[in-house]
Design a protein around this ligand. Structure first.
Ligand code: DGY
Length: 330
């Protein structure tokens, strides 16, 4: 039996599963993250921690929780957790891959289509009662998607799922960047691995699907955006800080790129000043990549399954530092 802190609202099912396993759960049924000081206090006696991507689990939090054995992040991205520091302290960390792959790829593609065909602008146009006549060349002319070139920055699970939609559903040529060649995806989709400058030079749509790391922070600046075609669109469903948002705004205002669709922001939940006022050729959504009821429930269940395994001394199915398991007993 372990003391478990659930930092934010995850729904009753997951909490019940933890309690049924005999753990003593402190459930903060709240949609606001705690302040760093509150989190440090709340986690003090915990052995297990279930947290969201808006909880920053840094060295201060880890140091405040001397009994902590396992952190289960309810997200696939884990840039909110200092994994190296957790590993050093013998704390297991897990994430929730796979269950959200297709859902997030659907959302990336929804954004791609929405920006290409200017759906939010069209919706606003209708609601403002501006549709007076059919025109051959209306103000809201969009871009073709079918048969265009799709550049995937980071061909991991989600990147490959986006690539599949593009290649198989929309006849797109797929280019990608990755630290190593993905031969299975190359064979399946005819995808081609290229350098980032080459991908930017050739792609009509650039989808960001890399995790946020020190290497990918501000990967997209004005300099990068200038390497894209002026007719190209950028889609970001990964993490906000990969794109320097002020530079993207400049690129949109100056027509350096054609459009952008963003699900994530540099300083969430805020957007950089001026972005909200950019109505043309910009689609924004509040971090909804994995946000379907089914998938969010699967994510919670995956995190809870991981935590239960870790707390009972087994290797969690999605452990990010499995080398920790059994270390304390050696
Ligand atoms: C993740 O899991 O990392 C997404 O950003 C939220 O679903």
């Amino acid at each position: 039996m372990a003391k478990v802190l659930v930092t934010q609202q995850i729904g009753d099912e997951g909490v019940q599963k933890l309690r049924e396993a005999g753990h003593v759960v402190t459930y903060r049924d709240d949609t606001e993250p705690m302040t760093p000081a509150e989190l440090q206090t709340a986690v003090r006696h915990s052995e297990g921690l279930v947290c969201l991507l808006t909880d920053r689990v840094d060295t201060a939090v880890l140091d405040a929780a001397p009994n902590l054995k396992m952190i289960a992040n309810v997200a696939v991205g884990y840039d909110n957790i200092d994994l190296a520091a957790a590993t050093q302290r013998g704390v297991l960390v897990s994430n929730t891959p796979d269950v959200l792959t297709e859902t997030t790829a659907d959302h990336a593609f929804a954004l791609l289509l929405a920006i290409a065909r200017r759906i939010p602008e069209a919706d606003a146009f209708m609601r403002a009662d501006k549709y007076e006549k059919f025109e051959m060349f209306p103000p809201l002319l969009g871009l073709d998607v079918y048969g265009k070139t799709l550049g995937i920055v980071g061909l991991g699970r989600i990147g490959a799922a986006v690539a599949r939609r593009g290649a198989l559903g929309f006849g797109m040529k797929v280019l990608y960047t990755a630290t190593e060649a993905k031969t299975a995806v190359e064979q399946e989709l005819g995808a081609e691995r290229v350098t980032l400058p080459e991908l930017l030079r050739q792609s009509d749509f650039v989808s960001i699907n890399v995790p946020l790391t020190s290497e990918t922070r501000h990967l997209f600046t004005l300099d990068t955006l200038r390497q894209m075609k002026p007719t190209a669109c950028l889609i970001n469903t990964a993490r906000g800080p990969i794109v320097k948002e002020a530079d993207l705004l400049t690129a949109l205002r100056e027509g350096i790129i054609w459009g952008a669709a963003l699900d994530v922001f540099e300083d969430e939940p805020r957007m950089v000043s001026g972005l909200a006022q950019q109505h043309e050729r910009l689609v924004v959504a509040p971090h909804l990549g994995s946000a379907t009821g089914e998938t969010r429930r699967k994510m919670v269940d995956t995190a809870v399954t991981n935590l239960l395994a870790g707390l009972s001394g087994q290797t969690p199915p999605n452990a990010l530092n499995p080398e920790i398991v059994g270390q304390a007993d050696e």
